[in-house]
Design a protein around this ligand. Structure first.
Ligand code: GLP
Length: 251
């Protein structure tokens, strides 16, 4: 794992956006794995700004999002489809037909999971996966206890995760209880991964991610076994982590 420690959220957003833009320039038909949540919002803002000012093109880019709530139509402002359109897709020249998000309204969700997984395989896998991290170590919506071998699947959300995301909904009862998420096996097949973290709330999670044991009880810990992971995190989130000088770790 390589760790880039930045000062604050603004620097995090800047650094992550530059990272993504560079990869897109090097491979215009890159397959991006995208995340939602509060953390990447600033990154997407910077990606949009760069597109508007410098013309970086997303015309050939293909995207796959990590997850979607079950039961929310794409027109619902809390669906991840709506989030992605609002925070990124509507403002860059990506082709909407090249943007993939699991369909949370599919009548056969099991089939939807298989099809989603198939589409990722068919295109040759994800080149660069962007991840956030839940306070309980979830990546995508893979909650503690999820198998490291899992593929795209339906997951029951923990009370903790629903609480953490309730800030976007009128109340906790409105937060869906289930989601479709890429599996941990799916995520681990990405050729490169960046994980973004910001703020004190993520302190414990960052400590376990970087210094903790690899266990299904803390899903993100599997990233220690991936060959090409860069963590971009701010000082507040890394305040409990011991780092050696260059920010590179052996695992
Ligand atoms: C959600 C998403 C994750 C995200 C996590 C952290 O549950 N499914 O992909 O990484 O929350 O979100 P935030 O960045 O808002 O802390």
């Amino acid at each position: 794992m390589k760790i880039i420690k930045v000062k604050d959220y603004e620097q995090l957003s800047n650094t992550a956006a530059k990272f993504i833009i560079e990869r897109v320039k090097n491979k215009p038909n890159i397959v991006l794995g995208l995340a939602t949540g509060g953390t990447p919002e600033g990154t997407y803002k910077n990606v949009i700004q760069d597109h508007q000012q410098n013309g970086t093109s997303y015309e050939q880019v293909v995207t796959f999002n990590l997850d979607e709530y079950i039961g929310l139509p794409g027109s619902d402002k809390n669906s991840y489809r709506y989030y992605m359109n609002e925070h990124l897709f509507n403002h860059i020249n990506v082709k909407k037909e090249n943007t993939h998000i699991p369909n949370g309204e599919a009548s056969n969700v099991k089939q939807e999971c298989e099809d989603y997984e198939g589409r990722i395989q068919q295109i040759g896998g994800i080149d660069l996966q962007i991840l956030g991290i839940g306070e309980n170590g979830h990546i995508g919506f893979n909650e503690p206890g999820t198998s490291f071998n899992s593929r795209t699947h339906v997951i029951g959300l923990t009370e903790e995760t629903r609480q953490a995301n309730a800030r976007y909904f009128p109340s906790i009862e409105h937060v869906p209880a289930h989601a479709i998420t890429m599996g941990i096996g799916t995520i681990m097949e990405a050729k490169e991964i960046i994980l973004l973290a910001s703020g004190e709330k993520k302190r414990e999670a960052m400590k376990k991610l970087i210094n903790g044991e690899v266990t299904e009880d803390f899903p993100a810990s599997i990233l220690q076994k991936h060959q090409n992971v860069t963590i971009i995190a701010d000082e507040a989130s890394l305040s409990d982590v011991q780092l050696s000088g260059d920010g590179k770790l052996d695992h």
